[in-house]
Design a binder for this molecule. Structure first.
Ligand code: GLC
Length: 585
């Protein structure tokens, strides 16, 4: 195995902590660092290798911390720098690595760099952001006067007029998040210093927020009209002209030859072609890409606020394309949930009583793929979407802005909310249910958002005590990855690509082969696994409503090539081949 293959992150599972909602020790209703420190047993028992912590920097919290006002400190909301040092040490003492979220595409509009930049056209930091004059012939600040047609991710134009200097600044997300100008070498160098600061504090990696947005063509050309310029394919700020150069420079400047620090690139709307360049170790850019192609499959013609059912065939085709696209060089991340996505179990719409088995089957299909799995807090409990009953349940800047914008143009408020319920980010950001105490033991105060009542029934304490829980299924999947190299490195071959609900594939590494068959639907079905090649295979991990019956059905099915699956059944079978690659029966 080459040196590069030995990099720890290839065999690792990363756990995402969303600080505001993980655990609150202070009692102010908002999660904090000391809260996280008090819950490390949970992470250790689950067996994860690394924790990615969402932003805890000083911030006005316009976008829950993705609007950074100081890159080198901790917001008192979450604790102190000393608490963060302690968290890093405590994780290390348990053999868990620490990954810092860094937001380098934009700052808060309250960051001193932006305050200086905004203060006047001659300020030395003016060029640290993107300032442009209004379009000629248009009155400044009026519709149509924006320097180009780009739309912001969180509604409206991507340009904000600043009356004091008569110019617009670029803000691809929201007015509270002005974009940094990476064309300016002083900006890049200041950001490299930020990463060096955190490296010196012992972090083991960085999750780099929307990092494929940082290179913009200085001509700032119009994008495709309509949706195309708002987070759509072809938006001109995605995978921009100097992006590969900037990322290679960042690694060189910050890490030199160090290979033990992982660089994870969050890259909305990137392509397989770009991703294979980004993650090709010989290019020295990032180690893995977090892409979004599978996250848009249930967006309708009107985008995410116009949802449609998730088609399992489309999911398989998309993920398979990324598996094969990055098979020879490069590396995938594996995820279905995050703080930016709804709870994934809800996307598959299982019946209420099937939620736990559905969570297990989906996790099996995801975790057995090649790449680094990410577990978003609460996913290991099989949580489903928190309800959005009224507009008061919308806390997120994206959903709030959308709601207000639609209602302002006269759309029916209930219809707008109905369109937002399935995919709004609020659905997955509510506090963790730890135990049966009030508010799930998340806080002894009043939580910033309610803990959903069905989340209380899925609380962590109960699940840790129950060997059949979703929690223990995740623990077993993680353990399998740690003990079976074919899970990490094996070649993936998709089977049954046209089957509407079975997700099936094999992994092969040397003489070890794995077969994964998961029914991602609630009704019984059969999976034709193609003859008796798996006869006598070892049943490694099974989940379903009736595991004893599934075991019998699988044994029989491996003999005659057809496995009978009940709704949400999933099996992992292992085979040891002889040196010629033939099954050794
Ligand atoms: C990333 C973050 C998301 C944030 C956005 C802007 O996509 O994950 O939460 O809103 O970047 O920083």
């Amino acid at each position: 195995m080459s040196e590069v293959d030995d990099d720890w992150w290839r065999a690792a599972v990363v756990y995402q902590v969303y600080p505001r909602s993980f655990a609150d020790a202070s009692g102010d209703g908002i999660g904090d660092l000391r809260g996280i420190l008090s819950r490390l047993d949970h992470l250790q028992e689950l067996g994860v290798d690394a924790v990615w912590l969402g932003p805890v920097y000083p911030s006005p919290q316009a976008d829950n911390g993705y609007d950074v006002a100081d890159y080198l400190d901790v917001d008192p909301l979450f604790g102190t720098l000393r608490d963060l040092d302690e968290l890093i040490e405590a994780l290390h003492a348990r053999g868990v690595r620490f990954i810092m979220d860094v937001v380098l595409n934009h700052t808060s509009d309250q960051h001193p760099w932006f305050l200086a930049s905004r203060s006047g056209k001659d300020d030395p930091k003016r060029d640290w952001y993107w300032w442009r004059a209004p379009r000629p012939g248009h009155a400044p600040g009026t519709p149509g006067a924006e320097p180009n047609n780009w739309q912001a991710a969180f509604s409206g134009s991507a340009w904000r007029f600043d009356a004091s200097t008569g110019e617009y600044y670029l803000q691809v997300f929201s007015a509270a998040q002005p974009d940094l100008n990476w064309e300016n070498p002083a900006v890049r160098s200041a950001l490299h210093d930020v990463l060096r600061f955190w490296l010196a504090r012992g972090v083991d990696g960085f999750r780099m927020d929307v990092i494929n947005f940082v290179s913009k063509d200085p001509a700032l050309p119009d994008g495709p009209s309509g949706r195309g310029s708002r987070f759509g394919d072809g938006a001109p700020y995605i995978d921009g002209p100097r992006i590969h150069e900037f990322l290679a420079e960042l690694r060189r400047e910050v890490l030199g030859n160090r290979r033990d620090v992982v660089l994870i690139g969050e890259m909305p709307l990137t392509t397989i072609e770009h991703a294979s360049r980004y993650t090709d170790p010989t290019n020295g850019e990032v180690d893995m890409v977090v892409h979004f192609k599978h996250m848009g499959l249930d967006h309708g013609p009107g985008g995410k606020w116009d949802p449609r059912p998730l088609d399992v065939r489309a999911l398989k085709a998309t993920l398979a394309a990324w598996q094969s696209g990055l098979a020879e060089r490069g590396w995938n991340s594996l995820y279905l949930s995050s703080h930016d996505q709804p709870r994934h179990v809800s996307r598959f719409a299982p019946a209420q009583q099937d939620r736990a088995v559905a969570a297990k089957a989906i996790a099996t299909a995801l975790h057995l793929q090649r790449g680094t799995p990410f577990v978003y807090q609460g996913e290991e409990l099989g949580l489903t979407n928190a309800p959005i009953d009224t507009p008061d349940d919308l806390h997120d800047i994206e959903s709030r802005n959308h709601y207000l914008e639609e209602v302002a143009v006269g759309r029916d408020a209930e219809a707008v909310l109905a369109g937002m319920r399935p995919l709004a980010r609020d659905t997955s950001r509510t506090p963790m249910p730890w135990d049966e105490r009030p508010h799930g033991g998340f806080t002894h105060g009043v939580p910033w958002a309610p803990v959903a009542s069905d989340h209380l029934d899925a609380n962590a304490a109960d699940q840790r005590a129950d060997p059949d829980s979703v929690f223990h299924h995740y623990r077993r999947l993680i353990d399998l990855r740690h003990t079976e190299p074919a899970v990490v490195h094996g070649v993936l071959t998709l089977l049954l690509d046209a089957h509407p609900q079975v997700y099936a594939f094999t992994r092969q590494l040397g003489t070890t082969a794995l077969l994964v068959v998961a029914n991602l639907g609630g009704s019984p079905t059969t999976a034709d696994i193609g003859g008796d090649a798996w006869r006598g295979g070892e049943l490694r991990l099974l989940s379903g409503r009736d595991v004893a019956s599934l075991r019998e059905r699988t044994r029989q099915g491996l003999r005659d090539g057809t496995v009978e699956l009940d709704g949400w059944d999933a099996v992992i079978v292992q085979r040891h081949d002889d040196a010629s690659g033939r099954p050794a029966v």
